[in-house]
Design a protein. Sequence first.
Length: 286
Amino acid sequence: QIDYTGTEPSSPCNKCLNVSWDSTPPCTCTINFTLEHSFESNVFMYYGLSNFYQNHRRYVKSRDDSQLNGDNTSLFNPSKECEPYRTNEDKPIAPCGAIANSMFNDTLELYRIDNDTRTPITLIKKGIAWWTDKNVKFRNPTGDGNNLTALFQGTSKPVNWPKPVYMLDSEPDNNGFINEDFIVWMRTAALPTFRKLYRLIERKNNLQPTLQAGKYSLDIAYNYPVHSFDGRKRMILSTISWMGGKNPFLGIAYITVGSICFFLGVVLLIIHHKYGNRNTSADIPN
């Protein structure tokens, strides 16, 4: 994993530390790194955030699921739960709410360096969202011609977005409310330190690893400010084996709970052995 927050003066991204949401053009930086071992199977690229509390009650409720499901009435009359991101300049915001307004918008590009030649790594942007989210929970508004520009006419973009929702992607099946980057962000995290799937790197040749060991560079369009709340940003490359992905959380949780249970068991055994055989008769002697 590569931390590119830029708080260290020596970091290439330090110049972008105090960037704003709508910087034009965006601040860019490049971080070089080395993979010590090859990634043999498909690779998953994540972005990670720290000290970002997506589990706050008001934040979690700040959305309109009917609007996100393509309901035309809710599109122009969003839920009051979205306040203060319900309207902007007397126009309804689409998508409304604090979750959508704070959507992650850094752009990450990966290159392999071979003899001073940079070869771009193909990053796949589709297939990163849950099937039920993509095909059931999120829908674009419907109307004549399904022209998103016309369907969203009369709405306003979220305050912190540089462009409206119907311009998130050039491909119709990945634009508007069904944009997969947007869908991934809208599934809120339970803990303040989390990661979200950003791109896929598919293995093309069974005879070659997906990512060979060697030198790589990460190009970053630094748009997302985190310094104001002492947050951190990172890029994670991960892969899976026949046992699945690496996630130490369950192992740590099981060991912790098991250790507590063992300790309490020993304490209760000592208490029972020391005090369990005492005469508990309430008879009053003559």
